[in-house]
Design a protein around this ligand. Structure first.
Ligand code: PAF
Length: 285
């Protein structure tokens, strides 16, 4: 039976108690609207730890004005049922005023890794993510924390942050979970109408074309990026970027890389989707 806690101090105490009982803490930070991707993070946490805590908090700091904070899906009862089915020990679901009480004015920023890709289009987003995750890590204490690699840049930034700030947290980047037709699971997929859902597969085709060319021996980043772009552009209303980047620095890749991140952000109507593949590492999307 998952226990639901709303107060940060209670969450901290529960994690301390678990460690005092010699349990390894596994943390799964989420914004709720849980789907099979999140459930796979819970399963991974279960494989690595003894006491599993899921956090559910739609973090206002990581949404810019005009983004989808208000309409972001909130499905707490269903989320809780999913957590209970999965044997989650604790759900921490604070309200905004518990996380950001009056007078709150501190920000955690990671610099270079937060500039390219998403950072170019959502300039304040990662500061909101790193700030809230720092708070969650400070409350949870020593633990193993799971993140999905659909948010590849987020995972890299948070890993850097934990290293730079000596946080006693092991971060695990878990594989993207996809629908049977390849669409990456996302809480935002539920915004898509039927025809948009079909057009969203343009991202999958693009990533697959780049993947197949890589498997056939193509190594030129620009060629691989263009191949992805050819499928994404016609399918989407607006494309923020189709990028080829170094999977570690997120900057420009070498001319013949051994691994290459192809990363996409594009919009269908008012829904913005992101997806990626690391060529030379991931399996076919
Ligand atoms: O990936 C998410 O759901 C969020 O960015 C996170 C890590 C829970 C921080 O709010």
């Amino acid at each position: 039976m998952s226990k639901v806690l709303r107060a940060p101090a209670e969450f901290r105490q529960a994690c301390e108690d678990a460690r005092a009982a010699r349990q390894r803490v596994g943390l799964v930070p989420t914004m709720g609207a849980l789907h099979r991707g999140h459930l796979s993070l819970i399963d991974e946490a279960r494989a690595r730890a003894d006491f599993i805590a899921v956090t559910i908090f739609v973090n206002p700091l990581q949404f810019a004005p005009g983004e989808d904070l208000e309409r972001y899906p909130r499905t707490f009862e269903t989320d809780l049922a999913g957590c209970r089915e999965r044997g989650v020990d604790l759900v921490f679901a604070p309200g905004p005023s518990a996380m950001y009480p009056t007078g709150f004015q501190t920000q955690v920023s990671v610099h270079e890794l937060a500039k390219p890709l998403e950072g170019g289009f959502r300039p304040s987003h990662f500061d909101g993510v790193t700030t809230v995750v720092t708070k969650l890590f400070n409350l949870s204490g020593r633990c193993t924390a799971m993140f999905g690699r659909k948010d590849y840049q987020q995972w890299k930034i948070l890993s850097r942050m934990a290293l730079d700030l000596d946080m006693p947290i092991e971060l695990v980047g878990c594989p993207i979970v996809r629908e049977s037709d390849g669409l990456a699971l996302s809480s935002r997929n539920r915004y898509l109408g039927a025809s948009e859902r079909q057009r969203a597969l343009g991202i999958v085709s693009g990533l697959r074309d780049a993947f197949d060319a890589w498997e056939d021996g193509e190594r030129d980043p620009d060629t691989l990026r263009s191949l992805a772009e050819e499928s994404v552009h016609p399918a989407f209303d607006h494309v923020d970027y189709v990028a080829a980047a170094d999977p570690e620095t997120l900057g420009a890749p070498p001319s013949s890389p051994t691994r290459l991140l192809i990363s996409v952000a594009a919009q269908l109507g008012s829904t913005r989707l992101i997806d990626n593949v690391v060529l030379g590492e991931d399996s076919r999307p």
